[in-house]
Design a protein around this ligand. Structure first.
Ligand code: GDP
Ligand code: GDP
Length: 472
């Protein structure tokens, strides 16, 4: 039986927007179920291969003001009763309101798995609300942007954690789907435990080669794959257009994922496709390492930077692959231009590997692949908790956390809660009040002191359920 997930929350947090995204264009028909109130919508939803029935509770807004609260509660109660899991949406831009707190209480009483979803997190404006939402005591918020489709990978993993692995797809299960599912389960295991544990290495290193048209993606692929390989896909759901190619590089299993260039190469589709944003996003979501290719004779452009930021947001490892190096006349000036641009526009990805090479001649393609496997290892790193906390006290001694409302914030403890990408949690009774400047200081120092250059780092602030508890 299909699992039901209720999307609840106060008006305007983006429930309908998320609902519409989850049911997708495939299923624009929204139907009323017989025997239930008309204002609850049901839809066949999916994220990648995870299919479920979404219940949208929006609609009580039409109730007259005097009855709004009551209508909201009743509506939500009905959805909660029949759901197997609950997504409580909050608006990270607006911050946590008393109504959110009320919803949190109602949701908690339902005693079902809850996903706290912080919507409108695109860009930076959602940061304060995201931190505030920890105080709801419903666990770590999942930052998403329903409007822009960001954070769907995290939502997927949280759903898997709450409801278990997706049912077997009705069609022949495809390799690529299995890989995506395995990874989500690996990650789930990692989040659950704060202690060191042995984790099985994933089977294949998943690489996406992305970039604007004509930068040389197909040429590189031709180089890398000198014979016809296994081609899998298309995958169902969101990734229906994705294909994957399996091969080996020096004995290491590699899976290349989806790009327009690849598709041309693989002759799955003959039309000259342009690299669409959708293609890139899909490829990024399923990759471990993203190779962002640019043409050295053209340099780094706005669109490239947008892709790079996207990779960072999705928590993947990134390499900047500067192709057509053979055609560059003034190499020093070219390199300088690229590094300048990186430094001013991509501070969040400080130290990403930049590899110059030529796909056409094959020069330094090997170096590129080395960089890929190195950054993959960094992305997988696990820093021991003891070492981390010795470092943590030294950092706080060097620069004590600031005074907030006249009291010095006490940061108690840090631990790496997850790999891929390295994710750390800092525990403090008033964690939500830690200024972003101080978090940035810690993040940058983590990157430098533990050799994490070039991979996204996540630092989460955690505080006990009662934010008003005394921290002395
Ligand atoms: P509902 O009342 O909870 O169903 O909320 P809606 O889905 O109707 O969204 C309320 C408003 O928030 C609309 O104007 C949406 O366009 C906007 N919105 C929804 N999701 C996002 C998002 O991810 N980012 C931003 N900035 N706005 C969003
Ligand atoms: P894609 O659209 O990104 O897949 O790009 P292609 O692989 O089709 O390459 C676009 C053009 O750039 C072709 O004419 C290639 O021959 C050329 N090209 C690719 N790599 C190199 C290179 O390393 N050096 C030079 N000079 N040209 C290259």
């Amino acid at each position: 039986m299909r699992r039901k997930v209720a999307i609840v929350g106060r008006p305007n947090v983006g429930k309908s927007t998320l609902f519409n995204r989850l049911i997708g264009l495939r299923q624009a028909i929204v139907h009323d179920q017989p025997g239930v109130t008309r204002d609850r919508r049901y839809g066949e939803a999916s994220i990648a291969d995870f299919a479920f029935e979404a219940i949208d509770t929006a609609g009580y807004e039409d109730a007259p003001d005097s009855q709004l609260a009551q209508a909201m509660q009743a509506q939500t109660a009905r959805a909660l009763a029949e759901a197997d899991a609950i997504m409580l949406l909050v608006d990270a831009r607006a911050g946590i309101t008393p109504i959110d707190v009320e919803f949190a209480g109602q949701v908690r009483r339902a005693e079902k798995p809850v996903l706290l979803v912080a919507n409108k997190c695109e860009g930076r404006a959602g940061q304060p609300g995201l931190l505030e939402s920890f105080s709801l005591g419903l666990g770590d918020p999942i930052p998403i942007s329903a409007e822009h489709g960001e954070g769907m990978g995290d939502l997927y993993q949280a759903l898997v954690a709450a409801l278990g692995r997706p049912d077997e797809p009705e069609d022949e299960p495809l390799d690529a789907v299995v890989a995506a599912t395995d990874e989500a389960v690996d990650d789930e295991a990692e989040t659950g435990d704060l202690e060191e544990e042995d984790e099985p290495e994933p089977k294949a290193l998943q690489i996406a080669i992305v970039g604007r048209p004509n930068v040389g993606k197909s040429t590189l692929l031709n180089r890398l794959l000198n014979e016809e390989r296994v081609i899998t896909g298309p995958m169902p759901g969101l990734t229906r257009d994705a294909i994957a190619v399996d091969w080996e590089y020096k004995g290491r299993p590699i899976r290349l994922i989806d790009t327009a260039g690849m598709r041309r190469q693989a002759r799955v589709s003959d039309s000259l496709e342009r690299l669409s944003v959708g293609d890139t996003n899909r490829a990024v979501r399923f990759a471990h390492v993203v190779v962002l290719m640019i043409d050295a004779t053209e340099g780094l452009e706005k669109q490239d930077l947008a892709i790079a930021r996207r990779v960072e947001e999705e928590g993947r490892a990134l390499i900047l692959a500067v192709n057509k190096w053979d055609a560059v006349k003034d190499r020093e000036a070219t390199m300088q231009r690229i590094t300048d641009r990186l430094q001013t526009s991509l501070t969040q990805l400080r130290g990403i590997p930049v590899v110059t090479f030529s796909a056409l001649t094959g020069h330094r393609v090997e170096r590129l692949m080395q960089a890929v496997t190195q950054i993959y290892d960094t992305w997988n790193v696990r820093v021991p908790t003891g070492r981390l906390n010795r470092w943590f006290s030294a950092m706080q001694e060097a620069h004590p956390p600031p005074l907030v409302s006249g009291r010095r914030l006490k940061l108690r403890y840090i631990t790496q809660i997850k790999r891929r990408p390295p994710t750390f949690a800092i525990f403090s009774t008033r964690a939500g009040q830690l200024p972003t400047g101080y978090v940035r200081y810690l993040t940058n120092s983590l990157r430098e002191d533990f050799g994490l250059a070039g991979v996204p780092i996540r630092v989460l602030l955690r505080q006990p359920e009662n934010p008003y508890a005394d921290d002395d």
